[in-house]
Design a protein. Structure first.
Length: 251
């Protein structure tokens, strides 16, 4: 069933009003008509199963048939701190991070980043990154649209991440294979948030890893292979998703 995101103020007691780009997409691209079914979410943890009531030039009115709790969101909030990669790799990372359950993506500047976006250039890219997140959320049936935050300097990112229950930083020199066990135990005990740091093509400087460790973070090994930055992000998030879902089902 087609999924649409709307702001909370467009959800009424028995009606939902769809406005903006979704109107044209539903009407002209999907060729939807009155009587067709659609699922709506407004980011408050509920899915609204609706039927199209009427279609106008600038808005579509939906009749709510059923409201049920959303089951697509992970019970642990995952924040991805991704060092800026070259080219359009960040777009792939955003798309896959959303599909795998991340609740937010924070692009960061690190020492080995080849890409050097100033604030003006980064601000121009942000709307496109957010659109990619929204489309990935719709495609994967998410209950929220994860936010892509403005590009952040490394120290500010570490400070922000320090409020998470767990901070993970994959590092190629890590030989501690107990991190995953401790993480699983934490998920079982009910931790609420995990921050993940992923380096750019050149990885992180050791001093940057130490900053994360000083903030309470843990190194994690991704095995004996060197992964591309976009592969590392996907690998970590996929593992976290599976572990969290497994522990959730075991409760």
């Amino acid at each position: 069933m087609r999924r649409v995101f709307v702001p909370p103020d467009q959800v009424g007691e028995d009606r939902i009003i769809v406005r903006g780009d979704d109107v044209k997409h539903m009407r002209d691209v999907l060729r939807m008509e009155p009587g067709d079914s659609v699922t709506v979410t407004c980011g408050r943890g509920m899915d609204y199963h609706c039927e199209i009531d009427s279609i106008a030039e600038s808005e579509i009115t939906l009749a709510i048939r059923e409201a049920v709790p959303d089951k697509s969101e992970l019970p642990v909030k995952i924040s991805l701190y991704q060092a800026l990669p070259k080219g359009d790799k960040l777009e792939l990372v955003i798309q896959k991070a959303v599909e795998l359950g991340a609740c937010e993506i924070i692009p960061i500047r690190s020492e080995r980043c080849v890409v050097r976006l100033d604030e003006a250039k980064a601000a121009k890219k942000l709307p496109r990154w957010q659109r990619i997140a929204e489309e990935a959320a719709k495609q994967s049936g998410r209950g929220i649209v994860p936010e892509v935050l403005p590009v952040m300097d490394y120290k500010a990112a570490v400070e922000r991440a320090s409020t998470a229950d767990r901070i993970l930083i994959p590092y190629e020199m890590c030989e501690d294979y107990e991190t995953v066990r401790r993480l699983r135990e934490g998920i079982r005990e009910g931790i609420q948030s995990i921050a993940v740091f992923i380096g750019s093509e050149g990885g992180f400087e050791r001093s940057e890893v130490e900053e994360v460790l000083a903030a309470g973070g843990e190194e994690i090994s991704l095995g004996h292979r060197i992964l591309r930055t976009e592969t590392a992000a996907i690998a970590v998030l996929a593992h976290l998703m599976l572990v969290i879902e497994e522990e959730k089902c075991a409760r």
